[in-house]
Write a protein that binds this ligand. Structure first.
Ligand code: HEC
Length: 146
């Protein structure tokens, strides 16, 4: 009894979002964190005194969570008749090669940002942050409802 409780508690804590039993809620929770990180980074790059350390921490966090939402897109969770809660377009599943490319491209850009934030100069960091933002937008344009 006690063991079962411990195990389920561990499973709960190990999941990236607590509501992992509902894939739509789980992925949206991670995307909300994307937005939080990106907004904080946007503030930093606009500030007069650019804090590379703070930016670097955010870039590391974003790259870590950039790996996470994609496992929460099981078939049958597109927007439409079955679900009114998601903005995921059916193209995610009907054009899965393009979807995978968009995911990979995003992960490449966040990985680069993490590297550049640790080693690069301010101009290259800002430049690479722009590339990350572009990859958010191009995926949303293709795979997310407005
Ligand atoms: C490979 C595709 C892809 C990339 C890259 C991507 N997103 Fe999204 N995003 C989606 C999809 C699909 C949804 C809709 C999820 C749903 O409603 O089920 C979404 C939803 C969101 C939401 C709404 C979450 C909610 O509360 O419902 C936000 C905010 C968001 N994304 C921000 C970002 C930011 C910021 C980035 C870049 C740092 C990003 N996304 C990168 C595909 C992507």
């Amino acid at each position: 009894m006690k063991t079962t409780l411990m195990l389920s508690l561990c499973a709960l804590l190990a999941s990236p979002a607590f509501a992992a039993d509902d894939p739509v809620t789980a992925r949206q929770a991670i995307f909300k964190q994307f937005k939080k990180d990106a907004a904080a980074m946007g503030k930093l790059v606009k500030a007069d005194n650019f804090s590379k350390d703070e930016f670097s921490k955010l870039a590391m966090h974003l790259d870590a969570i950039a790996q996470q939402p994609w496992q929460h897109f099981p078939a049958g969770t597109a927007s439409g008749k079955t679900s009114h809660e998601t903005d995921a377009k059916a193209e995610i599943w009907s054009k899965s090669a393009d979807w995978n490319k968009a995911v990979d491209n995003f992960k490449t850009e966040t990985g680069k940002l993490k590297q550049v934030a640790a080693n690069g100069d301010t101009a290259s960091i800002k430049n690479q942050f722009g590339a990350v933002q572009k990859s958010c937008k191009s995926c949303h344009d293709a795979f997310r409802k407005d």
